[in-house]
Design a protein around this ligand. Structure first.
Ligand code: MN
Length: 284
């Protein structure tokens, strides 16, 4: 299943270049009042939601070209990032002063993981708003694993049972000397989309081509088999420090080819088995 959130928080099942509206299936989610439990309610009850969507006999179809695509995950408790998780990106980071800013770039097992503010989360149609256009703002295309069920100190061997699906992420970054989580938490600097693809459609997330173009030019092109910490190990690593909740997003790291974007640029991020998302860049 490819599940999208669009327009005024509507939900659609994506097939080809169109979607079927299944917003009425949200009625299957439990009634909630403050304080709401941790985690994204739709992802926590995804099976019930999809069953209700199946019975809804939805008839409203829309062309994807005619809707505004929002982040398919609305309420993650955490957006987790993986620093320098591709060897070639590690090498380019060490070679480029515009990336390392005179710091010794170490490895993911040295840094651990980092967190991005939930308020940085947007969807493809929201676009990226550069808050400091005079500084270097880089694109980072990444496979994103979406946690499906609560995971506390799980082993890599058991990790994949806690994944709901995958989506594409842009871990946008303003380069500089500040802490990584600060530089990557600017509003709109976590672009997720264009939809969630459930795990049944992606049995092996560790062999997916991923590509990013800027104004039609290929900037990043790799495959997730080159990840240093693969998805199961990232889940084991993350959940060894904090409990993962449904809807939590693990941005798995970016391959080499990162580079600056500017007002007016159009990014197209693609991952095999998921699709492509088009994201425009503007000044905030
Ligand atoms: Mn990144």
């Amino acid at each position: 299943m490819k599940l999208c959130r669009y327009d005024d928080d509507r939900v659609g099942l994506v097939e080809g270049d169109s979607l079927t509206d299944v917003t009425s299936a949200l009625d299957s989610l439990p009634d909630m009042r403050w304080p709401v439990p941790a985690g994204d309610a739709l992802i926590a009850h995804l099976d019930e939601f999809l069953a209700a969507a199946d019975e809804a006999a939805a008839t409203v179809r829309k062309r994807l070209a005619d809707v505004e695509l929002l982040s398919p995950i609305a309420n993650p408790t955490k957006i987790i990032g993986a620093p320098v998780n591709y060897a070639k990106h590690l090498a380019e980071s060490r070679a480029d002063a515009g990336i390392h800013h005179n710091r010794d770039i170490k490895t993911i097992d040295h840094y651990g993981l980092f967190l991005k503010a939930g308020t940085s989360l947007v969807g493809a149609s929201d676009g990226i708003a550069l808050r400091f256009p005079e500084r270097r703002n880089d694109h980072e295309v990444e496979l994103v694993a979406v946690i499906g069920s609560t995971a506390d100190r799980v082993s890599a061997a058991n990790a994949m049972a806690h994944v709901a699906g995958y989506t594409i992420g842009l871990d946008m970054t303003v380069r500089g000397t500040e802490d990584r989580s600060f530089r990557k938490s600017i509003d709109s600097y976590s672009v997720i989309g264009p939809w969630l693809v459930t795990t049944d459609e992606i049995p092996d997330p560790m062999n997916l081509d991923l590509t990013l173009t800027v104004n039609g030019d290929i900037r990043q092109q790799s495959n997730t088999r080159h990840l240093i910490f693969d998805v199961p190990r990232l889940i084991e690593y993350a959940s060894s420090f904090y409990t993962l909740y449904p809807g939590d997003l693990i941005m798995t790291g970016t391959p080499d080819g990162v580079g600056p974007v500017a007002h007016g640029d159009r990014l197209v991020a693609s991952i095999e088995g998921i699709g492509s998302m088009t994201v425009d860049v503007r000044n905030a």
